[in-house]
Design a binder for this molecule. Structure first.
Ligand code: ZN
Ligand code: ZN
Length: 588
């Protein structure tokens, strides 16, 4: 009898355990609490981020960034984090556990930003009303009159917005102050003549147009007053030397690194690893250069200096490039070849139902990058994924030549691997199969960029490029840029490196052009940690794969590893590692 009762109790316990804490029920509860309703509240608190993500419900609200707003937002974050703390992550399925971890990191990172990092205090370029307005004017998500009314509602608060900005800023950096002055000119452009013309030809009533025009005039005046105020501030900072340094220092750097990268390592560890990788790459490139030298310079002896020898060979190889007329056609030709290669070498399963369309970059998106993947976001109704390639139309012949040399015969293949197959596009197709808005909206940049860089290495390992020293040398130069981005970011932000040391490293040790070096210095003074994301993600993925290979020996299955790894969506590498089991990468 007792034994029977015991059985029954065990069964009841198992059943009720299954009902209360099994992944199905726990997942459903998590999705109810942190699904669409949670996101809707989040966009209500962050209308601009909503607009950028294609969620327009709160698009008319321009939040005034004053002290009351910051206190309110902190309370919102604390509340959401308290709700999240009520969830037992171990009861969730793998996919939801990753969502839980991503959301927790996101909210904690925002709280840290508001209360500790305080960029709102020292970065005047944060205060910019133009981008959401430009998006509302240029994205046909609704009929034009409706979008203009949304903009009109936002415009009413622009004067209060800039007044709050002036009150929030104290002891800014000169670099961010000057950036704000420069970008505020862009605000006047978005609020300029073009908008007046659009308004005049719109379906708004005469009364609405008058009201719009009055608000537009007041908004312009507020932006102009902000620019004048910033210029006076910059002049004063130049005189009294009271500007804050753009270098954030070790403590803040490590905190930001932990939130942004989420790789499990520290910024310092990654920096040291990058230094070692630079040495390894130089040694390898020297060997490759020795192999190639007689082929490309049959009549001259190689320079004794390693860096000079490598540099000369890279310059020589760069002469082999396509023309500006053939640039897009060449990408269109290569993408199917890369797809066939991935299939034939059992690297990954490609989804034939989501073809990638190679096209010229549309006009309004030009000027940012030469090639990029344009993917539908979670709120975007269009299903097509585009590979945008710049037509180089607005380049002078000299600029085009220098550009084509940079994206020479070998580099162009690496670019297509990185952006398209099996890089960003393939990762994205897999990520979209993990039906999680949280991962799609708050995905980890280091994982996304790390995968693209990893995929270059993996393609060369599989024999793409025929193991020729040329493609390995050019790829090494590309990797060296990724590696040196990490080194200079840490060097500048934590180790106080002066400009000259940074420029020398980029030019002489990473074989980059003068323009690249100057642009990189500027970017590294304005951002922190972001430059490390490529190398951080790449090295974390590569290490993880090598560890699984050692553990599994001959049972390791590359294709299964890739597919399982990508099935978690754009979660941080450390989170994927905690969710994946070694047998997931083993031969079936
Ligand atoms: Zn040329
Ligand atoms: Zn990328």
């Amino acid at each position: 009898m007792r034994e029977t009762w015991g059985w029954l109790l065990v069964l009841v316990a198992l059943c009720s355990g299954g009902v209360q804490a099994g992944p199905g029920e726990a997942d459903a509860a998590f999705e109810r609490q942190f699904g669409d309703a949670f996101l809707d509240r989040y966009w209500r608190e962050n209308p601009e981020a909503g607009i950028a993500s294609g969620y327009y419900r709160y698009a008319a609200d321009l939040l005034v960034p004053d002290a009351a707003y910051r206190a309110h937002y902190l309370r919102y974050l604390d509340g959401a984090l308290a709700d999240l703390a009520q969830v037992d992550p171990s009861a969730l399925s793998e996919a939801r556990r990753a969502d839980w971890a991503l959301l927790k990191n996101r909210l904690e990172s925002e709280r840290w930003g508001l209360s500790t990092f305080k960029q709102w205090q020292w970065d005047p370029s944060l205060y910019n009303v133009a981008e959401p307005i430009a998006l509302l004017l240029n994205t046909p998500y609704a009929p034009e009159p409706q979008r203009l009314r949304t903009v009109m509602t936002r415009l009413a608060k622009v004067p209060a917005f800039y007044a709050a900005a002036k009150a929030a800023i104290s002891q800014p950096t000169r670099e961010h102050t000057q950036l704000a002055i420069q970008q505020s000119a862009g605000v006047l452009d978005v609020l300029g003549k073009g908008l007046e013309v659009q308004l005049a030809g719109s379906g708004l009533s005469a009364a609405e147009r008058t009201e719009f025009w009055l608000r537009l005039r007041a908004a312009r005046a507020a932006a102009q007053s902000y620019i004048a105020w910033l210029k006076a501030l910059d002049a004063r900072l130049a005189l009294d030397g009271s500007a804050r340094s753009f270098r954030i220092g070790e403590t803040l750097y490590e905190q930001k690194f932990a939130y942004d990268i989420q790789s499990g390592s520290t910024g310092k560890q990654l920096y040291e690893r990058a230094l070692a990788e630079k040495e390894r790459l130089h040694a390898r490139m020297s060997v490759l250069a020795d192999q190639l030298w007689p082929k490309y310079f049959p009549d001259t002896a190689a320079p004794a200096d390693r860096v000079e020898k490598i540099g000369k060979l890279i310059a020589k190889l760069s002469e082999q490039h396509t023309t500006r007329e053939d640039f897009i056609a060449e990408a269109q030709r290569q993408v199917p070849m890369l797809e066939a290669w991935v299939r034939d070498h059992d690297l990954l399963t490609l989804d034939a139902s989501r073809p990638l369309q190679v096209r010229e970059t549309p006009l309004y998106q030009r000027g940012f990058s030469i090639a990029s993947v344009n993917a539908p976001g979670p709120y975007d109704p269009t299903a097509n994924t585009y590979y945008n390639v710049s037509p180089l139309d607005d380049y002078t012949p000299e600029q085009a030549e220098s550009f084509l040399r940079e994206y020479n015969r070998w580099q162009f293949q690496i670019l297509n691997i990185h952006e398209a197959v099996p890089g960003h596009y393939v990762q994205l197709v897999y990520a979209n199969k993990s039906p999680s808005k949280i991962k799609a909206l708050f995905g980890n940049g280091a994982m996304v960029e790390g995968w693209a860089v990893y995929s270059e290495k993996m393609m060369l390992e599989s024999g793409w490029g025929g193991f020729e020293p040329e493609i390995e040398l050019i790829h090494s130069k590309w990797l060296l840029r990724v590696v040196s981005n990490t080194i200079i970011d840490y060097g500048i932000q934590v180790l106080n490196w002066p400009e000259q040391r940074v420029l020398d490293l980029i030019r002489n040790e990473a074989f980059q052009s003068e323009t690249e070096a100057r642009g990189k210095w500027r970017r590294a003074t304005l951002s922190q940690v972001q430059l490390t994301s490529y190398f951080a993600g790449y090295s974390a993925i590569y290490d993880y794969r090598e560890r699984l290979k050692r553990e599994l020996g001959p049972r390791f299955d590359l294709k299964r590893f890739h597919e399982r790894f990508l099935s978690f969506g754009s979660a941080p590498v450390a989170v994927i590692e905690s969710l994946m089991r070694p047998q997931d990468a083993a031969k079936p």
